[in-house]
Design a protein around this ligand. Structure first.
Ligand SMILES: NC(=O)c1ccc[n+]([C@@H]2O[C@H](COP(=O)([O-])OP(=O)(O)OC[C@H]3O[C@@H](n4cnc5c(N)ncnc54)[C@H](O)[C@@H]3O)[C@@H](O)[C@H]2O)c1
Length: 415
């Protein structure tokens, strides 16, 4: 089988590798020439895909910028970004552009699957009409389905193979083609009645996380006032073997998904005169969390008679989650920006992120940065940092991730 993957990012590349590993011929397409060159040179730029995973694939995984090369594929999977516009509305520009280019080369018998996260109705109402400009009809000449990606970058306990895959096609035949496609690489394929149900299922998964993270973030703010250790409370509640699911508070939500996806559903809901309160409230609480962290930093410095203005503040971890270098929507960026506005001399250490050009900063060497800092704030916990050493070397440490819970020290504060 020949598979085309459009968009070779955090979602598309691991998927391309999974299909190539299963024996399929894979053509990966990206508009980013540097990614195409890297892959064709055997170099990966995604943490979850080591170079060593590309080598045995040889010619089974090729990258290109030419849509014409997709014409030979049995199935084409779209994994392009679905961000928000400046006015926090769905921005389907990448999807529309890639679909228009695909329509130029679409041929009879092909299966097209959308994996990008989006609001219910996108596959049928937006993608299908564009693909039909090819002159072919969906459901008969070509097949069309939605199958949400569930990848969690940095996670190793569940893989593309072991994470159940949802599929919903625009017709029963499209659904069956999509089921058979993913059965090549996934142990379990869950069949839904429509693309809309599959689109909404993905949004539910992410909104569920967003709402629960907002709940514990709010609890962390309350615990701060009550002088109760929020981590102790969450550890205790987590001992209940049923009816409770653990979520941890932190500096706010980041990444391409959780801060973005709820707005996709809110947009769709508004079109139907429906205002989903949980979604908006969770977004509000989570967006406010970086400001709360800045306030905690101000108070921490105040306790040692220092103003933020002029203080040297070291931010540990600037990507949105541990073990990855993705800084999209990272709360660390908001925290750094606010501290810089207040006059702090901010530095950061994150071995996954070489520079933050928007803030005029580059990754600082940890030992020296700890020696020079007035305060170190743990914003994202990466596995390669020794937090005992951080607490031992920095004059004052504030931990927004709860990774120092085993450490007792006078210079240590926690969320
Ligand atoms: N990153 C995640 O953890 C994750 C998890 C589940 C779902 N998703 C969803 O998957 C989709 C892709 O996310 P991602 O994180 O892989 O994004 P990404 O930015 O890492 O990768 C997207 C790729 O698409 C390419 N691209 C953009 N326009 C294109 C075009 N017209 N033609 C060809 N390639 C084009 C970009 O150059 C980029 O390499 C989004 O809808 C996202 O919400 C992401």
């Amino acid at each position: 089988m020949q598979i085309g993957i459009i968009g070779l990012g955090y979602v598309g590349l691991p998927l391309a590798v999974a299909f190539a590993e299963s024996g399929c011929e894979v053509v990966g397409l990206d508009v980013d020439q540097s990614k195409v060159e890297a892959l064709n040179g055997g170099r990966s730029y995604i943490e979850d895909v080591p170079d060593a995973a590309l080598e045995p694939l040889g010619e089974r995984l090729r990258a290109t910028t030419e849509y014409a090369e997709l014409a030979a594929c049995d199935a084409v999977i779209l994994c392009v970004p679905t961000p928000l516009s400046d006015s926090r509305e769905p921005d389907l520009t990448y999807l529309v552009e890639s679909a228009e280019a695909l329509a130029q080369v679409l041929r009879s018998g092909q299966l097209v699957v959308l994996e990008s996260t989006t609001y219910p109705g996108t596959t049928r109402d937006r993608l299908l009409p564009i693909l039909e400009t090819s002159g072919l009809t969906a459901g008969s000449d070509f097949h069309l389905a939605f199958s949400p990606e569930r990848i969690d970058p940095g996670r190793t306990d569940y893989t593309v193979k072991t994470t159940p895959k949802l599929v919903g096609g625009v017709t029963a035949a499209s659904t069956e083609r999509a089921r058979a496609l993913y059965a090549e690489i996934c142990d379990t394929v869950v069949v839904l009645s429509s693309p809309e149900a599959a689109e909404l299922s993905k949004l539910l998964e992410n909104i569920f996380r967003s709402v629960n993270i907002a709940l514990v973030n709010e609890l962390a703010q309350l615990c701060d006032r009550l002088e109760i250790d929020v981590w102790e409370v969450i550890d205790a509640a987590s001992s209940k073997p049923f009816g409770f699911m653990r979520f941890d508070p932190g500096p706010g939500m980041g990444g391409h998904c959780l801060p973005v996806d709820p707005f996709y559903l809110a947009f769709k809901a508004r079109q139907h005169d429906f205002y989903p309160e949980f979604i908006e409230l969770a977004g509000k609480v989570n967006q406010a969390q970086p400001s709360f962290c800045v306030e905690r930093i101000e108070r921490a410095l105040n306790s040692i008679r220092k103003p933020v203005n002029g203080s040297r503040i070291l931010i540990l971890g600037v990507s949105y989650k541990g073990g990855v270098g993705d800084t999209r929507e990272s709360p660390a960026l908001k925290i750094i920006g606010r501290l810089q506005d207040l006059g702090a001399e901010v530095s950061y250490h994150d071995s996954f992120v070489p520079e933050l050009p928007g803030h005029g900063l580059a990754n600082a060497e940890l030992e020296q940065a700890l020696r020079e800092a007035d305060l170190a704030a743990i914003v994202t916990a990466h596995p390669d940092v020794d937090y005992e050493q951080v607490v031992a070397r920095a004059p004052l440490v504030i931990d927004f991730r709860g990774v120092t819970r085993e450490i007792e020290a006078d210079n240590l504060l926690r969320l």
